[in-house]
Design a protein around this ligand. Structure first.
Ligand code: SF4
Length: 353
């Protein structure tokens, strides 16, 4: 960290007004690094690392940690986009490129976990923005977080689209000797062209499949999130079958799937992309997501289930469904879970990748 060639500023940067920088709580400095072209990092000192999940009694995790806000993976459909409004940044391009980095998150976490009041409840990472996005290559926040959780014998789950997870597999395997560790990879779009268009910052599906295989070799039983399934783009039996086959061949044993969910602040961004890239699908999407509707209708969800469940059986994949599968319970894994409408104070609500 701290390459001398970085351009740093405590004041306004081109394309970013001073007021916007100042709106980021705990702002230390703003960095543009040559090796991360197109990204702006806002380094902040966080006051807290752990976010309590409201209604945690109904969830398999009670706490989340988000070392970053914003995500350079830049998925058009990302429903954490609304969280950038809280920072007075926009939910489109700013979400993809203006990344808030909690540079002291591991240190703060260590203090929080050392309190006598800490009860060792499960902590989830990757429920909002991706902890293994590109910024992690520079800031290396995850090793400190993993070590702190392991020292406190706190169960952890990590959901990611980032292949940088491989860097930390040995460390995670060590952590798993002290507390349950669950890993999940998100892969929803297999077609290379569609992947480049709708998830332009995400590692390729092949690279993520290889990461699943590496996690298996390291002794984990990673889940795979096939989410979001995109109506008319990724939801045919042939497309789903090919993806599930590849996931199974990579060594995964369980998946969770779900159709596209278009939250209020995601919808205009998504529809603008659709109009640009697949205009012929606009009528179909307007019909599935009319007005303020954010969820695909029940009929579509049932159709999807009827299509995908037999394919899961064909490829030997269990439904992870947010609860520990029998296999996972026998192992050191603890299932990561998706929550999509919770409001965590001080940080964005848990969502999914
Ligand atoms: S869906 Fe996940 S990986 Fe994609 S931009 Fe959002 S947080 Fe990042």
């Amino acid at each position: 960290m701290g390459a001398t060639s970085d351009a740093t500023s405590d004041a306004a940067l081109p394309g970013l007004e001073l007021g916007e920088v100042a709106a980021v709580p705990g702002h230390l400095r703003t960095v543009r690094a040559p090796e991360f072209a197109g990204l702006v990092f806002h380094e902040v000192l966080a006051k807290s690392a752990l976010n309590r999940v409201p209604g945690a009694s109904s969830m398999p995790f009670s706490w989340t940690i988000n070392p970053y806000r914003g995500c350079s993976h830049a998925c058009v459909y990302c429903f954490a986009r609304g969280s950038h409004r809280y920072l007075d940044l926009d939910t489109g391009r700013d979400f993809d490129s203006q990344i808030v980095v909690k540079v002291n998150v591991a240190e703060v976490l260590g203090r929080e976990l050392a309190k006598p009041s800490w009860r060792g409840e499960r902590v989830a990472l990757g429920t909002n923005t991706d902890p293994y996005q590109r910024a992690e290559g520079r800031y290396r926040l995850m090793p400190g977080i993993i070590d702190a959780l392991a020292r406190a014998r706190t169960p952890m789950s990590i959901l990611t689209k980032g292949t940088l997870l491989r860097r930390d597999l040995p460390r995670l395997a060590e952590a798993a000797e002290r507390a349950p560790v669950a890993l999940a990879m998100s892969i929803a779009v297999a077609d290379p062209e569609l992947h480049r268009s709708i998830e332009p910052g995400v590692p390729t599906p092949q690279a993520r499949l290889a990461t699943i295989a590496a996690a298996r070799e390291a002794g984990f039983e990673p889940d795979v999130f096939v989410m979001p399934v995109l109506p008319h783009l990724t939801d045919s039996a042939a497309q789903l079958g090919a993806l599930l086959r590849d996931i199974s061949e990579a060594g995964a044993r369980s998946v969770m799937y779900g159709p596209l969910h278009l939250r209020t602040h995601v919808k205009p961004w998504f529809f603008a992309w659709l109009e640009r890239e697949h205009p012929h699908l606009l009528p179909a999407y307007r019909s599935l997501y009319p007005g303020s509707a954010s969820r695909a209708p029940q009929a579509y969800r049932m159709e999807l289930a009827a299509r995908i469940r037999p394919l899961m059986r064909r490829y030997g994949l269990e439904w992870s469904g947010g609860g520990a599968s029998a296999e996972a319970r026998r192992s050191r894994a603890a299932q990561p879970v998706v929550a999509d409408a919770l409001a965590a104070p001080g940080d964005p609500a848990p969502t999914l990748l």
